[in-house]
Design a protein around this ligand. Sequence first.
Ligand code: GLU
Length: 172
Amino acid sequence: MCGIVGYVGNAGRAADHGALDVILEGLRRLEYRGYDSAGLAVVTDAGIDSRKKAGKLANLVDSLEADPLPASLTGIGHTRWATHGGPTDGNAHPHLADNGNLAMIHNGIIENFAELKAKLVAEGVEFLSETDTEVAAALLGSVYRGAGEGNLTRSMELTARQLEGAFTLLAV
Ligand code: GLU
């Protein structure tokens, strides 16, 4: 069972701990469910920044301590239980789309990922992982630039309509 965390902070609240601390604490609380890799994405002034590591959450924390991400008030975090593709850094979530402008995490299975992937590949999309999740992320990227008109909420709605299976998705 994977874990999925999202956080939108409040810039006006001095006590706000920032997205990174809240997400890592959320992932710690979900560790008991079992997982094989962990990752997160934060929204910064410069865009999306992300980090993901196979293995224990400690691997992700070590990586963030060695090479910190910029401060942020909004982000998403994930512990993965692999169903499509092995437990590697590359298959860990988040998966990026729209040239790194969007990041997605996913709990569940996209059953029609193969046919969606074939269509996206025909459109020239290149995939970096073996996951069903990256297909949903790429579809979101395509919809965001098309019918979603750059509106993330609308684009998520339109993307979810094309997906079959059981899934929870978060994107920034
Ligand atoms: N099916 C997705 C994957 O293999 C998500 C698995 C999960 O729920 O952690 O990456």
